[in-house]
Design a binder for this molecule. Structure first.
Ligand code: HEM
Length: 224
């Protein structure tokens, strides 16, 4: 295969990684906003969270976006693994140590590893919450909605589960710290004035979003 074709397909992969990655970042903000309701552990707060979960699993537009989300997760994961193999093949000798700090962060060289760990987290996460919500035999709350709050509270009453979430959010932070700003580069959105702003927003996003996610299990464990 011609070198340009290989490069072209690698660029195409990066492009789709960037688009799906940005979509997943938007999902993360929405998911975080919804889950922060869990910090209100009062009986009313619990009912509100269950009503919200019902809306999110039954409203047709949200359901349609969910299918796009599942597709994006799978596409982003498989495309990322293919890209990592392709890069390894094109560059069998990894970057020398002295180059590593210059313009490549540790996260940028380990995106596939970080992504794989997030995928493992997602399988465990969706089995416990998403699968239970859709197909588990959940009890009903006082309003007659599925009691998803009880499922989350039970999970976050286990110390190892809380530790798993906190560790996974650290992994997510490193993945986002490189991924967010890198996706703009992959889309060719480079600008002397805006690129530094995008990088700052990326650092804020990569630090604040995982910390707020990690706060939820810790808060629920401490106040259980
Ligand atoms: C404290 C942290 C988190 C909590 C409490 C939480 C809670 C939940 C719950 C209760 C559900 C099931 C809701 C439903 O089926 O509609 C869910 C689904 C899901 N979660 Fe999380 N989540 C957390 C972090 C994350 C993170 C960091 C990611 C991604 C890296 C993630 C990805 C997903 C996905 C993809 C779904 C399926 C969404 C859908 O069906 O539309 N979650 N989460």
């Amino acid at each position: 295969m011609a070198r340009s074709a290989i490069l072209g397909s690698s660029l195409a992969k990066k492009y789709w990684m960037a688009l799906t990655g940005l979509f997943l970042s938007v999902f993360l903000i929405a998911h975080l906003a919804g889950n922060l309701q869990l910090l209100d552990m009062s009986p009313e707060g619990q009912l509100k969270f269950n009503a919200y979960a019902k809306f999110m699993t039954t409203f047709p537009v949200v359901k349609a976006v969910s299918y796009l989300l599942y597709f994006s997760i799978l596409f982003h994961a498989f495309d990322g693994i293919l890209l990592a193999f392709q890069n390894r093949k094109a560059r069998p000798v990894r970057y020398a140590k002295e180059n590593a700090g210059a313009n490549r962060s540790w996260a940028s060289g380990n995106m596939a590893l970080l992504g794989t760990l997030i995928l493992v987290f997602l399988v465990i996460h969706m089995k416990r919450f998403w699968y239970e919500m859709h197909w588990g035999g959940l009890g009903l709350d006082a309003d007659g909605n599925k009691d998803l709050y009880a499922v989350v509270a039970a999970a976050f009453s286990e110390l190892w589960y809380v530790a798993l979430y906190v560790a996974s959010m650290a992994v997510l932070a490193f993945h986002l710290l490189h991924g967010f700003q890198s996706s703009f580069q992959s889309l060719g959105l480079n600008h002397p004035r805006y690129t530094p702003i995008i990088k700052s927003v990326g650092v804020f996003f990569g630090v604040v979003v995982p910390i707020l996610f990690a706060l939820i299990p810790v808060w629920m464990f401490v106040n259980r």
